[in-house]
Every structure is written in C-alpha cells, then in structure tokens.
Write a protein that binds this ligand. Structure first.
Ligand SMILES: C[S@@+](CC[C@H](N)C(=O)[O-])C[C@H]1O[C@@H](n2cnc3c(N)ncnc32)[C@H](O)[C@@H]1O
Length: 368
C-alpha cells in the first residue's frame, strides 16, 4: 500500500502544454457554462460594497478558466453593476505552472479582466484538500475536471495505471479513498461558502455501464508502457509505481453524502446531470480525414494531462523527458492503427449552501 499523500500528483504538464492540449476538459467546461451562469444569477451576494469572491478550484494554467470566469462575471455584473469589486481566486497545487497562469491572466486576448478594471484576479498554491480561503468568503465556486484527482494513491494497480477497470481489493481501496476525499472536499468547500453561496463542480463522468469513453487511449498507453519496459526506457519497478490518482465517480457516488437528509455539511444538491461530450478532434477528422492530426491531438491530451503523474514514479530525473517523448510517439503509432473517437461524459453538480436553520432544498431536484 502507498500511504503518503503525493502532493504533486495530478499536476499538469508545464510550459503551457496543458493550456494548448486540454481541449476535452475545455469542451466539458463549455457544456457546464449554463449551470455556472444560473448559479451566478442566484447566488447570495454579500451586503454592502465588499468584493464578491469567485473561486476557481484546480485552475491549472488558466486557459480553460477564462470563459467560465468571464461568463460568471457577466452574470454578476448584470446584478450589481460595474463598480462593485469582483475578486477571482485561482487555486491549484503548489507545483502547478503558475507562471503560465499569470501570463494568461495578463496577456491572453480572452482574459476576463481586460475590459473590467474592477475585477481582481489572484492565485493560491495550496491543495483543495485543505482550507484554501477563509470561512464564508466564496460567493461562487467553480471546479472543473479537478476534483477527479484523489488526495492520495491508495494502492498500486497490477497490470494497469488507471483505477477504472480494476477489481477486488484494489478497486475497494480506490472506492474508499474516493468516498473519503469527496466528503473532505465538500466539507472544506462548505466552510468557504456563505449561506446562499453556490459551487459548480464539473467532472469527467461515467456512463451507466461504468465507461468513461477514454478507455481507448488509456489501454493503448498501458500497452505502450509495457513496450517501454521491454526497451528499457523505464525499469520494471518504475512501471509498477505508475498509478494515476484520477478517479471518475459514478453519479450515485457523488450523491452518497447527501442521501441521509438531502444535505451534507449544509450543502444541498441543486443539479446533478450527466452530459455527453462528443470528441471534437474526431468531428474534424470526419471532415478532413487527417489521421495524423487526430492521433496527435489525442496523444498530446494524454501527455499534457497524465504523463507528469506517471513520470513522477521514475526515480532517475534525467529519464523523464525521454519517457514522455517516447510514450507520446508510440501512443500516436498505436492510436493510428485503430482510430477511435474519444466520446466522453461530463458530470455537472451544482451545490447550494443553506442557512443553518433552512433545512429545505434550495429548489433543486429531489434526491431520494
Ligand atoms: C485536468 S486539470 C483541470 C484544469 C482546468 N480546471 C480545466 O478545466 O481544464 C486538473 C487540475 O487540478 C489540479 N489539482 C489536482 N489535485 C489538486 C488538489 N489536491 N488541489 C488543488 N488542485 C488540484 C491539478 O494540479 C490540475 O491543475
């Protein structure tokens, strides 16, 4: 068993690579925008003239946060006018590529503060499995494709690096970790929201049969890892330690903490919807027939999102770059043999913080 928390696990590939290649999370975030807009229209706004606070939990390098933050600000501005300060706090692990995040906030053409002098972006480098903002300060929270990363890796996974397909004791260890981490994440956010605050959580989802849609790329990458061991690019021991802490939860697992009385730590569920996300790279391939472009996009997404976590198991620092390059090249080759769309799922949850005495649901769907 691995017992230590791996604080840098789940960090994306730096140098702006994640921003360039994370089109699947960008697509999932776009699907969830109407939920964020609605949350911004109804969340409680603090009395007086103090700043309204939007928190972006797990922002990574920021590109995929621009459109959601812009949408949220637009909805808040419609309610409070142009003078009220709005503070946007981007939160990620300390090892995140914050340099790229600040570049994006400063100079991306789509940056949300460009035309609004009363918007104040900031960033915090701390795990969201700790308190990251003082109590009652977050009026509107957004967390996209981030809470899928567990706080710690509970077990090695014989024969694979991804918990999705595993069974028995290994599965049980991941299920338990995911249950504990989701409850911890919710408890911490519940403290940070004031009564009436809203939190929108977007996660990679699972179909009714438990499929994520990304299996073709995960299974091809797993086969590539075996090749890399055979070719001694990585050692057998390095390979065994390669485990991703990314754990997509089923809808029932996300709702489990709320089952007893419809609330958990004063949070209630306003929405919990599963949406389908067609593969945009595949749609382009259907039009242009460019197989190399298709597999390059799929492999670059895998590399930017998952390879830093895999390569953190390699004891020899000098080998990590070679590993990443070789894996990407071989993955492209395998993916070209059997081109497949990565049609995935997006789970959107909207949570509302209730006032202490207000036990009724905030008007969302009934869970029981
Ligand atoms: C797949 S990226 C998502 C980035 C962006 N929100 C998006 O939608 O594209 C996941 C991000 O969550 C961050 N993350 C993972 N675990 C975290 C934790 N415990 N605390 C804070 N951030 C975390 C990672 O560092 C990474 O930047």
């Amino acid at each position: 068993m691995l017992t230590a928390a791996i604080s840098t696990h789940g960090v994306m590939e730096g140098g702006g690579s994640y921003n360039l290649h994370a089109k699947i999370p960008a697509g999932g975030g776009s699907l969830a925008l109407p939920y964020l807009e609605k949350a911004a229209q109804v969340c409680a706004i603090p009395a007086g003239s103090s700043a309204i606070v939007i928190a972006d939990y797990g922002s990574s390098q920021g590109k995929n946060s621009l459109s959601p933050m812009r949408a949220a600000i637009r909805c808040l501005r419609a309610r409070v006018g142009n003078e009220r300060p709005i503070m946007v706090v981007h939160i990620d692990q300390h090892a995140n590529d914050f340099n790229t995040l600040f570049d994006v906030l400063h100079s991306d053409p789509e940056r949300y503060a460009a035309d609004d002098p009363n918007v104040f972006p900031s960033a915090i480098g701390r795990s969201f499995y700790e308190s990251v903002i003082p109590p009652n300060q977050v009026d509107l929270g957004w967390c996209s494709y981030a809470a899928v990363w567990l706080r710690r890796i509970p077990s090695l996974i014989p024969g694979h690096f991804m918990s999705l397909g595993c069974t028995g004791e290994v599965r049980a260890a991941f299920d338990l970790q995911a249950t504990e981490d989701w409850r911890l994440f919710l408890s911490l956010r519940a403290r940070e929201l004031p009564a009436g605050g809203r939190l929108v959580v977007v996660l990679p989802g699972l179909s009714d049969t438990g499929g994520s849609g990304l299996e073709p790329v995960f299974n091809s990458a797993n086969a590539v890892l075996a090749e890399l061991v055979d070719e001694r690019v990585i050692s057998e021991d390095d390979r065994k330690r390669m485990v991703l802490g990314s754990y997509p939860r089923r809808r029932a697992q996300l709702l489990e903490p709320f089952r007893a009385d419809g609330q958990f730590q004063s949070l209630s569920v306003e929405n919990c919807h599963l949406l389908e996300l067609p593969d945009a790279a595949w749609a382009d391939y259907q039009v242009n027939g460019d197989l190399q472009a298709l597999v390059s996009r799929h492999a670059a997404f895998f590399r930017a999102t998952f390879v830093p976590s895999l390569s953190s198991s390699i004891s020899d620092d000098g080998k990590r770059q070679t590993f990443a390059d070789s894996l990407e090249q071989k993955l492209k080759r395998r993916l070209s043999d059997r081109p497949t769309p990565l049609n995935s799922f997006v789970q959107v949850m909207v949570l509302a913080k209730q006032a202490p005495t207000d036990t009724a649901s905030a008007g969302g769907e009934v869970l029981r």
